[in-house]
Every structure is written in structure tokens, then in C-alpha cells.
Design a binder for this molecule. Structure first.
Ligand SMILES: [Zn+2]
Length: 254
């Protein structure tokens, strides 16, 4: 049966008399994830988390709708990795402006980007869109930020690491290469120490900072850890969707 909270599955018969409070847009990337994970890793994660979180919220009566996932992200730093696809931030702005124009006109006044890729940076874009659409409530969530405090993983990394490998082992195990093909995910650090301290930033040319395109050791990943973490993220995200759906956007602060 088509799920009524997934736009790509539902239909006009159902939607002609329906109205939603909150639209959720999962946004991924198409890029190498170490040797062993699919290029669509971020798309699979974002789509699965959005759909399961929306199910949780829908079953509590929240009027939420998941839009189709945008499969390309900002990969300006991965231009040296074969077929890592790139959308520039200015293109992301243009896409969002068009989509939010539809929602705004049709009265879906709350909008959330469910971001699934670390190279996508949304604050500047949301600030600018907020000025253009004063009636809209715009926000972004980065589900992967829940990883380090989850207590599920032993070796935190940031790309194709224990967390992402565990998730894909849980969600689409048929797309993960056997363990003997997993790279070690070693990161080559900038020689200037300040860059490791986090108060100065430069884009990292990916072929210079990794050997296998991974950053973070995947060796302790298991599908059980993936399932535990997935359920934990979706429970938290589902609660957020309920809260956003119920909230009066003109009375958010106390
Ligand atoms: Zn990823």
C-alpha cells in the first residue's frame, strides 16, 4: 500500500483532500565511500531515516510529508575522485527557492531539510531564504551528529566509518563488499597543527587526505550496531517531527 506520508508513493485521490503541516526534504550526495560502500550511501541513509521518522510521527497524528530525496550534494572537495558528483551551494539555493515557493503558496508553512552529507552547509542558505519567505519556518537537521554521543560506536570517524558501514550493513547489506575489501579509512592530517584544532578551515582535496576515500576506521562495524543506531536516530527524529508539526511557529520562545 502507498504510504500517505511519502509524496513519491501517494496519489491525487488521497492528496486532493489532504493538507500537511511540515514537509521534509532528505538531501544526500553521490560519492565514493571507502572501497566497500555504495556511492548512494548518503541517499540510502537520509531516505531511510526520513521515511521511518515520518512513519513514527504520522502514527501519532502529525501531518508530515517526505519529499523525494535530492541525490547530489556539495562535493567541491572531491573533484579529484572519479564520478563524485557535485552541486554547488548556489545551485542548492536555487533548488530550495523553487521548492519552497511551491510549499509557501500552498500553505505548507514548515519545512525541514534532513541533511545526510557533511559537505552540505545550510546555515547561510537558510538565512537568505528566511528573508525571502517570512511566513515559512525553515530548519535543518544533521542526523549524523547523533553518532558520537550515541554510545553505539567505538571509533568515531567522519566518512564511510564504523557508523556509516554499520548503517548500510543494516539497511542494504547486499550493497556492501565483503570485509576483506574494506579500506582502513586512514586520514592524512594537515601539517599545520591549527587545522586539527578546528579554529581554521580549508577545503580538503580528498585524494590528498585519504587513500581509500574513507575517513574513519570501519573495521568494528556490524549490522546490529547499524540497527540499534538507526532505531535510536529515528525515535529522536520522529519526536522532533511531532514537536515541529504541533508547534506554533509564531510562539516558539519562552
Ligand atoms: Zn556518507
Amino acid at each position: 500500500m502507498p504510504r500517505p506520508y511519502i509524496l513519491a508513493e501517494t496519489n491525487w485521490k488521497h492528496l486532493k483532500d489532504e493538507s500537511f503541516d511540515l514537509a521534509i526534504l532528505p538531501w544526500g550526495a553521490t560519492e565514493a565511500h571507502n572501497y566497500h560502500l555504495p556511492y548512494a550511501t548518503d541517499v540510502i541513509e537520509g531516505t531511510s531515516i526520513a521515511e521511518e521518522s515520518a512513519r513514527i510521527a504520522w502514527e501519532q497524528g502529525s501531518k508530515v510529508i517526505v519529499l523525494p530525496t535530492i541525490p547530489f550534494g556539495v562535493n567541491t572537495g572531491q573533484s579529484d575522485i572519479y564520478l563524485d558528483m557535485n552541486l554547488n551551494p548556489s545551485t542548492q539555493f536555487a533548488i530550495l527557492k523553487d521548492l519552497i515557493t511551491v510549499l509557501n503558496r500552498q500553505g505548507v508553512k514548515k519545512f525541514m531539510i534532513l541533511n545526510s552529507h557533511g559537505g552540505n552547509n545550510w546555515k547561510a542558505i537558510i538565512r537568505e531564504l528566511g528573508l525571502l519567505f517570512p511566513e515559512m519556518f525553515l530548519c535543518v537537521t544533521n542526523w549524523f551528529k547523533l553518532g558520537s554521543d550515541s554510545g553505539v560506536f567505538e571509533k568515531p570517524g567522519d566518512h564511510a566509518d564504523e557508523m556509516e558501514t554499520s548503517l548500510i550493513l543494516h539497511l542494504t547489506p547486499e550493497l556492501v563488499l565483503p570485509k576483506e575489501d574494506w579500506g582502513e579509512g586512514r586520514e592524512f592530517k594537515n601539517k599545520i597543527k591549527a587545522f586539527s584544532e578546528g579554529w581554521v578551515w580549508t577545503e580538503r582535496p580528498w585524494s590528498k587526505v585519504t587513500q581509500d576515500t574513507g575517513v574513519g576506521d570501519p573495521s568494528l562495524a556490524t549490522k546490529e550496531k547499524g540497527e540499534t543506531f538507526f532505531n535510536l536516530v529515528c525515535a529522536k527524529m520522529g519526536k522532533l517531527l511531532v514537536d515541529l508539526s504541533n508547534a506554533d511557529i509564531n510562539d516558539l520562545y519562552q
